[in-house]
Ligand binder design. Structure first.
Ligand code: LLP
Length: 423
């Protein structure tokens, strides 16, 4: 259920007016709903009840410490992709024993940090990475738990930039090489081979490709078991997509239930019902629809071919439209009847033609009005940059009628504080 609704002509987050937030904190500002965040997490967690499972929030979607803290308190683990993300988990009081480390390019320093904090597992993506991890673990006198990210060669049918399970992608170990790679891993002295994972892509509305990938992982686990390589967990990768206006996804709880039912049937048939731990790494579906980006209309610029609505947020604040041609809904926060609806391209102040947030939208707005870019909670702030020496947006969390500032607006002076002139 969306936590954003129009009350008395004004868009609200829970029971708080977004106009009031814009007036108090300025724009651009990201606004997140605490109730929405918790409901989305529980859609996964509740469907997991009664099974040996772990929901590891993919924090690349939104890594604000307050969000990590709220999820950690609900029992979430975390899927990280850098040493920096691990430091965020620690700063938020998350449990490193519930952390899995994904990504194709882990540095030795990042591996060391993760080993020192005894993370749950490294999701390894290549043979050279196995060797490096083995060396680092040996050097620090620890054993590293590893899972191999296997590329099941399933077409996720999503945007090419966020489709990751095909042979042409940089990710994972090819399905046909998986057996040999597991043998290689099992032979390394400082590694414990414990799991298998995959991630075929993001923003999938349909779970059929995910279930197809699951079947391929199941076959591989059986083959490995026949060689006495016994795996203790199976990690399904990212979660289900969200509705950006192009259709409803399968509900997360339903997807989880289908995965667990298939796994239960397989374990009952082949392993006397002995369970295997199941891990999910959802990101977008936990935070995406719980967040909006507030931005103020600076100028309306009519043109011969196009009308432009120039706002104070830009591609550096929210890059998804520029980067993926992503369609994101834009709404006027205060609905007005005294301005005509005009079709605009909503663009930012950055000096690039690619700096747009929305194209060809009918909006009844005047300069000074506040707009909300909807479903902006995932891959919004975390992909923000300082291009054009623009400080990053503020972030607030709404809890009913309360508003908490969870990240202050970045001050441009902070942006060059670490720079020096030549002597
Ligand atoms: N696990 C792994 C290994 C991943 O690479 C990802 C996302 C996830 C989990 C989380 O997937 P999700 O539940 O969010 O679908 N910036 C793009 C999305 C990039 C996704 C990268 N990997 C966007 O804004 O659409």
């Amino acid at each position: 259920m969306s936590q954003f609704s129009v009350q008395d002509g004004v868009l609200h987050a829970e029971s708080t007016s977004l106009s009031a937030i814009a007036a108090e904190y300025g724009t651009p500002t990201y606004v997140y709903s605490k109730a929405g965040l918790l409901a989305n997490f529980h859609a996964y967690a509740d469907a997991c009840k009664g099974h040996d499972t772990l929901v590891c929030y993919a924090m690349k979607a939104n890594s604000n410490l307050a969000i990590l803290d709220l999820l950690a308190r609900e029992g979430a683990g975390f899927d990280i992709v850098s040493g920096g993300e691990l430091r965020r988990v620690l700063a938020a009081g998350g449990n490193p024993n519930k952390v899995i480390f994904s990504g194709v390019g882990k540095s030795a320093a990042e591996m060391r940090l993760a080993l020192e904090h005894d993370i749950l597992c490294f999701n390894v993506e290549s043979i050279p990475e196995l060797h490096r991890l083995n060396e680092v673990a040996g050097a620090v006198g620890k054993r590293a738990r590893v899972s191999l990210r296997v590329n099941p060669n399933v077409d996720a049918k999503t945007h090419p930039y966020i489709s990751t399970g095909l042979k042409a992608n940089k990710f994972g170990v090819a399905y046909d090489d998986a057996l040999a790679t597991y043998r290689a891993a099992a032979a390394l002295a400082h590694l414990d081979v414990v799991g298998i994972d995959c991630h075929i892509g993001s923003q999938l509305l349909d779970d059929a490709p995910l279930l197809e990938a699951l079947d391929k992982l199941i076959d591989l686990i059986d083959t490995l078991a026949a060689e006495d390589i016994v795996l203790h967990h199976l990690d399904m990768g990212g979660g289900i997509g969200i509705n950006y206006g192009d259709g409803e996804p399968v509900p997360a709880g339903q997807y989880v239930a289908r995965v667990l039912a298939r796994i239960d049937a397989w374990r009952a048939q082949k392993y006397d019902g002995r369970p295997i731990k199941v891990i999910f790494e959802p990101g977008r579906s936990i935070v995406g629809d719980t967040g909006v980006l507030l931005t103020t209309v600076e100028y309306l610029k009519p043109g011969e071919e196009k009308n432009f609505c120039i706002v104070d947020a830009a591609m550096n604040d929210l890059v998804r439209p520029a980067m993926y041609q992503a369609w994101m809904d834009v709404q006027a926060v205060a609905r007005r009847a005294d301005a005509p609806a005009v079709v605009y391209d909503v663009v930012g102040p950055v000096c690039e033609s690619g700096d747009w947030l929305a194209r060809e939208r009918a909006l009844a707005v005047l300069p000074g009005d506040v707009l909300a870019v909807m479903q902006a909670g995932a891959y919004g702030f975390t992909m923000a940059s300082n291009y054009n020496t623009r400080g990053r947006a503020a972030e607030v969390i709404v809890d009913g009628a309360q508003v908490h500032l969870v990240r202050q607006r970045e001050n441009p002076a902070e942006l060059f504080a670490g720079e020096t002139l030549l002597k």
